[in-house]
Design a protein around this ligand. Structure first.
Ligand code: C2E
Ligand code: MG
Ligand code: MG
Length: 584
């Protein structure tokens, strides 16, 4: 049967008098190592301290030497003052202070964190004659806890606050509007070409790019602002305290420009651009989630408008964002339901107006909205990862059509078909093989195919894309730089790439005749391109004036509504058979 534990009759014994027991207990308490036990009078003078206190706080002093001194003799001013105030309150109210975690500041060594409990010290008559307490060093726990909290609220790659902390900061910023009316701006920032960089240069460089973007965003923000990384290549900025004359557009402009500034990483010259969406509110009751969605919708608007820019939220964007979700799911179905088809726009020799080739341009026959142009869905497809399937379809269908045409006679020997590529395939080292398979399937010479790459795709990228282009070129496929004049590649860049064709963008052509400077630039570009063995094509020719101007500067080929619009395949044969384009 279990009984009460009994001490062995021969073990050490307690003293017999109550006074001696009391004395022994106090002595044990005061001898505890590591625990800082102290007794003080009403003015904060020590009257008794433990050995742990002496060793840690007053090394070299005896217990007697400590008596009469105060916290101001041992600690930094800040801690001594705070402790004094706590003790005065305890004396005044008679209430203890239990388990306060406080920063103990020191004059001659590092501060630490302590857990302190203090009680009133009472006389036998019950009067408060001082305080006594115990405190212990808990620095290790506090630091560990702080690290955990930091980790849970910060992004480990950039050190910026994360999604959880962002929500908190946003709620705080909104609540602050209640106390002090004003405006805050929320910016949703998404990098435009991050995936290309990550895929072609590796994650180490990808991470460095994210850190640098974080630094730049922080540099353009004010101290009270918040810069957060949501994950992936998405960042959010909260700009509080916008003054009446502070235009959020200026912030948007600073952000976009700060990111687009080129930087060197791992020996590569990289350019990253960002699209930003801005929403501004003065409503303390605004829903943080809705604000983020609105800023996101505005950011998406900036992507659609051509990236590397910002857009300020307007309610119409909210419906556009919803519409883009619908369009995305419809586009997925369109791919399976064969709703995509191609039109072909002819390219003519400027000299004799003969047909030299066609450019395949994709169209979407939407079941209810009629035919949709690529500008309305290519960006969406790029964003939502559908572009690969579209470009593959276009490549295969264009090659099939060309092979069908070539079964008939009468085509020029150098007749080519041009296909537009988005940047995504170009980081895939296996892309050349994909092209080779398609050409083989349709039994076509590689030189019959010309792949058009927008100039903006090449900006600042020195790695994967160039390698893929070099492989394609070595295989015999022709390469064209599309929309030349809208990005900022240099001709030196083009020389390295061994490009066959340069297509001058319509926006440039439009300015011919209006500005002699633009004509001079086109003239210089044409001469240099010829020197590099490239063919020069003028795009989007709408007037005879533009056509004449291009002829006078020795441009090789022209493409534009003046000569022919994008047409169904059957209509192209007419031009092959000598049907002269307008104007004859
Ligand atoms: P792009 O490659 O620069 O194609 C030329 C665009 O200019 C075509 O628009 C064409 O219809 C239009 N155009 C040609 N001549 C004239 C003219 O005289 N005046 C005017 N105002 N426009 C002219 P489209 O077909 O709407 O294509 C727009 C862009 O969409 C293309 O620009 C290209 O970047 C992209 N795209 C088209 N098809 C594809 C495709 O299959 N895959 C990919 N990734 N992008 C495509
Ligand atoms: Mg093109
Ligand atoms: Mg173009």
């Amino acid at each position: 049967m279990a009984g009460r534990p009994r001490s062995s009759p021969d073990g050490p014994k307690l003293p017999t008098s109550r006074e001696a027991i009391r004395q022994l207990c106090i002595e044990n308490l005061l001898e505890l190592p590591g625990e800082h036990i102290f007794f003080k009078d009403r003015e904060g003078h020590f009257i008794l301290v433990s050995r742990g206190f002496l060793e840690d706080q007053a090394p070299g002093l005896s217990a007697a030497e400590v008596i009469g001194k105060t916290d101001f003799d041992f600690f930094g001013e800040q801690h001594a003052q705070a402790a004094f105030e706590d003790e005065q309150r305890i004396i005044r109210t008679g209430q203890p202070m239990i388990g306060k975690i406080e920063r103990e500041t020191h004059r001659d060594r590092e501060d630490c964190w302590v857990l302190t409990t203090k009680f009133p010290l009472r006389s036998r008559e019950g009067e408060t004659i001082g305080v006594f307490g115990i405190s212990r060093d808990v620095t290790a726990q506090v630091v560990a806890e702080q690290a955990l909290t930091f980790q849970s609220l910060h992004d480990s790659v950039t050190g910026l606050v994360n999604r959880i902390a962002l929500r908190d900061r946003l709620s705080q910023a909104l609540t602050a509007l209640d106390r002090r009316p004003g405006r805050i701006a929320l910016l949703f920032i998404d990098l435009d070409n991050y995936k290309v960089i990550n895929d072609s240069f590796g994650h180490d460089i990808g991470d460095k790019v994210l850190c640098e973007v974080g630094r730049r965003l922080t540099a353009v923000s004010r101290r009270a602002d918040t810069v957060a990384r949501l994950g992936g290549d998405e960042f959010v900025m909260i700009c509080t305290d916008l003054h009446d004359d502070d235009d959020p557009r200026l912030v948007g402009d600073r952000v976009v420009r700060a990111v687009a500034h080129p930087f060197v990483e791992g020996g590569f010259d990289l350019t990253v651009t960002a699209s930003a969406g801005i929403v501004v509110t003065d409503d303390p009751n605004a829903d943080p989630g809705q604000l983020l969605r609105d800023a996101d919708a505005a950011m998406y608007g900036a992507k659609v408008a051509g990236k590397n820019r910002f857009e300020v939220f307007s309610p119409s964007l909210r419906s556009e964002a919803a519409a883009s979700l619908v369009l995305e799911s419809e586009l997925r179905q369109a791919l399976d339901a064969s709703q995509l088809f191609l039109l072909y726009q002819p390219l003519f020799s400027i000299e004799d107006r003969t047909l030299r080739g066609v450019e395949a341009l994709v169209r979407w026959r939407h079941p209810t909205r009629g035919v949709i142009l690529p500008d309305a869905f290519i960006h969406l497809a790029e964003e939502r990862g559908l572009i690969g399937r579209i470009d593959n379809f276009v490549l295969d269908e264009a090659c099939r059509q060309l092979a069908e045409w070539l079964t008939q006679d009468g085509w020029p020997d150098d007749f080519t078909i041009a296909v537009n590529l988005s940047g995504r395939e170009l980081v895939d080292p296996g892309f050349t093989e994909v092209v080779a398979k398609i050409l083989a399937r349709h039994d076509l010479e590689p030189s019959r195919l010309c792949l058009e790459i927008a100039e903006t795709t090449l900006n600042g990228d020195a790695g994967g894309v160039e390698q893929t282009l070099a492989a394609l070129s070595a295989y015999g496929v022709r390469l064209a730089i599309d929309d030349f004049g809208t990005g900022y590649s240099t001709l030196a860049h083009l020389r390295r790439l061994r490009v066959d064709v340069l297509k001058i963008d319509r926006s440039f052509i439009e300015r011919i005749g209006r500005s002699t400077r633009d004509s001079e630039i086109i003239n210089a570009i044409t001469m240099m391109s010829h020197a590099l063995g490239m063919l020069v094509v003028g795009e989007g020719i709408e007037t005879t004036g533009q056509s004449d101007e291009l002829a006078s500067i020795d441009c090789d080929q022209v493409q534009g509504f003046l000569f022919a619009r994008p047409l169904p395949a059957e209509a192209i044969t007419e031009f092959r058979d000598g049907g002269t384009p307008h104007p004859a």
